[in-house]
Design a protein around this ligand. Sequence first.
Ligand SMILES: [Zn+2]
Ligand SMILES: [Zn+2]
Length: 283
Amino acid sequence: MSPDLHQRRLPSQQVGEFTVTALSDGYLGARLDFLANISPEDAAQLQLAAGISDPAAIHINCYLVQGRGRTILVDAGAGGLNQWGGELLNHLARAGVQPADIDTVLLTHAHPDHIGGLIDAAGGMAFANAELVVHERELAFWEDDGNLGQASERARGNFLLARSVFERYRKNLRPFTTNDVLPGISAQALPGHTAGHCGYRFESGGGGLLIWGDIVHFPHIQIAHPQVTIAFDHDPLVSAATRARLLDIASSDHLMVAGMHLGALGFARIERFASGYFVVYET
Ligand SMILES: [Zn+2]
Ligand SMILES: [Zn+2]
């Protein structure tokens, strides 16, 4: 973590009764040739133009939501898995919250950089008192033996990790099928990235926020060029269509958005520009 991130206050937004705080988990290493529909050279150029010094590093956010009597974590970062992330608990402590205080974990999807942090160093539940809330489609996908049988070696590791996390939380697992997750919080299906990928919409006191999961991995590239997809997408065509539709809505509605790979500032609005869009961070 850079020293200035230690000093800076944690990015936080008030959405009616909800206080939403972005907690960085750190970075995961990727490669720009994981992207499709753009050359690595053009992708690197966009990153450098945005002032990003390590163009292939993907930043990981989690979000703490406090309000209406609850202490909620949205996704849990990579937890140091594959030497990715691992900073979440430090930032949670800076927010004055202990792991045992988390009563709910809302999962956008079950990729390793979102669930690695659910398991602690001893292999147990990192959030012992939390109910793990996940879309039923996401859970069913990772638990399906047919899907596991067809998986590549790399994807096989993702299946085994997802299964072991679900197993640890089994008695506290709440799969949902309808969008009403909790009072003031609704799930929004954002298809394409994984089988059950979804965002969470917070509405309170006239304020609104959408935490959009993995709609982008490289915000300065994929918001400018929504057709650019990444090798992690389960269905790239559908994920590009979902991103294009959502950027259109977010810019038209002036909606505040947050995302697991939106960057360390955590919250932004989307503005329309020529044939694409650009991101304006909330500071
Ligand atoms: Zn993902
Ligand atoms: Zn991710």
